[in-house]
Design a protein. Structure first.
Length: 325
């Protein structure tokens, strides 16, 4: 196993977040069948894991990921499920990175635990996708938003009928647990009016999407994080889909809702965003959404923003200098 150093440069408040030792990187890359001699490495923004952009001497680019083994998202079960999801989307013709396997045939390799008594993290290597991120503050017209919706529908169609035991899990970004998670983070929202608003929205979410309602809705495996940082563009075309760590078996209406929630940020008319993303989704989805799913779509889009605000309040209190936040 390759050794790890604790996160450096900025103080990390996330227990278990690994940092690869630079001197060991060529050996680790060779385990994936990649020549790491004279390669360059650049740390990419991340909160819980360690992600490095690798550029080999012949110009090939990869993303080397060291996953936090103290989190459910970093378990071997979840990493294997991520790789299966990526391969499924690739087989269906979607622009996703390739999973790199080494001479051993393995695509997930163990690392040494950063501290005694902690579980061993794992590393993965994916090809790097070139593309641009369209920031929240850029105004988005109906055509752009329909394109976002269409790709969420294409992902839904690609995953229609796809089953994976590793997708049956839960964590704090699970849209089924929004009220409980938000209430647990209200103490980090220090502005009194915003605190009251977040509490009220959590209550409304629970009323609209209680356990009985959610369990009655159609389910599927979802990417579950098709946001503005995970869709890559060249001009007005989506050329890349990345970041599969949130993938989960859940209500199918949540897939376009999560995208719509994120893409409404910074826009003058959030309801127009929800409408046009939904229009695009329905143009490519495997089937229409029911009336109950349409209601779930609206509440989940709003709920994703609420969840993100709650997480941001907590994380910024822990790591005020982390650019990822």
């Amino acid at each position: 196993p390759i050794s790890l150093l604790p996160s450096a440069g900025r103080k990390s408040m996330v227990e278990g977040r690994p940092r690869l030792d630079a001197k060991d990187l060529p050996e680790l890359l060779s385990s994936f069948g990649v020549d790491g001699d004279d390669a360059t490495f650049k740390e990419l923004p991340a909160f819980e894991d360690c992600n490095l952009l690798v550029t080999t001497k012949d110009g090939a680019k990869f993303v080397l990921k060291a996953h936090n083994a103290l989190l459910p998202s970093g378990s071997l079960m979840r990493l294997e499920a991520q790789d299966r999801l990526i391969r499924r989307l690739h087989e269906q013709g979607l622009p996703v990175p390739a999973v790199v396997s080494g001479p051993s045939g393995k695509s997930i390799l163990p690392l040494e635990a950063p501290e005694a008594g902690q579980p061993a993290p794992h590393a993965r290597l994916l090809t790097y996708l070139e593309g641009d991120i369209v920031p929240n503050e850029v105004p988005k017209d109906a055509s752009f938003l329909q394109g976002v919706g269409k790709v969420t529908g294409q992902v839904a169609s690609a995953l229609h009928g796809f089953e994976d035991p590793g997708a049956h899990w839960t964590w704090d970004w699970d849209m089924k647990t929004v009220p409980q998670v938000v209430r647990g983070k209200l103490k980090f929202i220090t502005d009194e009016s915003r605190h009251r608003l977040a509490s009220r929205l959590a209550d409304e979410y629970e009323t609209a999407l209680g356990d009985a309602m959610v369990s009655s809705l159609p389910h599927s495996v979802l990417h579950a994080d098709l946001n503005d940082t995970n869709l890559l563009y060249k001009g007005d075309q989506i050329v890349g889909i990345i970041d599969f760590g949130d993938s989960i078996y859940s209500c199918r209406a949540f897939e376009p809702a999560i995208a719509a929630g994120y893409y409404s940020l910074g826009q003058a008319d959030p309801m127009m965003v929800l409408r046009e993303v939904l229009r695009g989704y329905l143009s490519a989805a495997p089937s229409p959404l029911s009336r109950h799913e349409l209601l779930a779509y609206f509440h989940a889009a709003r709920g994703r923003i609420l969840l993100s605000v709650a997480f941001a309040a907590e994380n910024c209190s822990l790591e005020p200098d982390n650019e990822y936040l």
